[in-house]
Design a protein. Structure first.
Length: 264
């Protein structure tokens, strides 16, 4: 299949995990993809993308970017347009989490998470939209929400608040940008077997919220109706759909991809 042939995309947080899987899937479908991440190792991730994508026709480049710095985001978009000719799809996927027990949450913890997960998505939506408006051909913006955008969880209150913010930003942007033929949607993973969840498991042990390795993932996974945690590849069928013309009549929505953890 080649649903993304001729389309040019940026995926932030593409250095590993879900972001890398999203970018690889777009590449396999024929898109040209900018792999963007704060970690400079994203350069190696992009260089090896063609091998992971089995020689797909799309091109891959890399950008090191801090999504909270507007000038860096603009520079990333400008480079993508210079390399590929346009920006058609923007995934605002970069995000962080740092668990703290609710009564221990500090202003520093709150600001760290909200700045990246909230402000980073706002800037990403704005700058992508400005580019797409200038091009005059519409476009697609896709934001990574979470099951935490639908329900608050203890020990990760700032993260939940940030993902509620992403959901609200998705809806607000969809309303404002529809007149420019830009759709804005989100997707909400649950428990996904990635390094982020492994780190979350360790962090919850550090604050006394779990007692042994793997406990947190096991407890979060008990309510998954399909009976297992997700892989990053379980997410990409939906993300490619949201990036492709198949979702043209869809905007302001958040698709749950959680195996049935939260039914909304």
């Amino acid at each position: 299949m080649a649903r993304m042939t001729g389309r040019n995309a940026i995926v932030t947080g593409a250095g590993r995990g879900i972001g890398m899987a999203i970018a690889d899937a777009l590449l396999r479908e024929g898109a040209n993809v900018c792999y963007a991440d704060l970690n400079p190792e994203v350069e190696q991730v992009a260089e090896s993308a063609a091998q992971r994508a089995n020689g797909a026709p799309g091109r891959a480049i890399a950008c090191t970017v801090d999504v909270t710095e507007r000038a860096q985001v603009r520079k990333m978009i400008d480079r993508t347009v210079t390399e590929f000719g346009s920006l058609d799809v923007k995934f605002n996927n970069a995000g962080v989490n740092k668990p703290m027990n609710f009564l221990d949450v500090t202003e520093e913890n709150w600001d760290f998470i909200m700045r990246i997960n909230g402000l980073g998505v706002l800037i990403g939506c704005q700058e992508a939209a400005r580019q797409m408006i200038d091009q005059g051909n519409g476009g697609k913006i896709v934001n990574t929400c979470s099951i935490a955008s639908r329900q608050g969880f203890d020990n990760v209150a700032p993260y939940c608040a940030s993902k509620f913010a992403v959901l609200s930003l998705t809806q607000s942007a969809a309303r404002d940008l529809a007149k420019h033929r830009i759709t804005v949607n989100g997707f909400a993973p649950g428990v996904v077997h990635t390094e982020l969840w492994k780190q979350l498991d360790r962090d919850l042990m550090d604050i006394g919220a779990s007692e042994r390795p793997g406990q947190a993932i096991e407890e979060f996974s008990e309510g998954i109706l399909v009976g297992r945690v997700a892989t990053a590849e379980d997410i990409t069928g939906t993300t490619t759909f949201l990036a492709s013309s198949d979702s043209d009549y869809m905007t302001g929505q958040c698709v749950m991809i959680d195996g049935g953890m939260i039914l909304v």
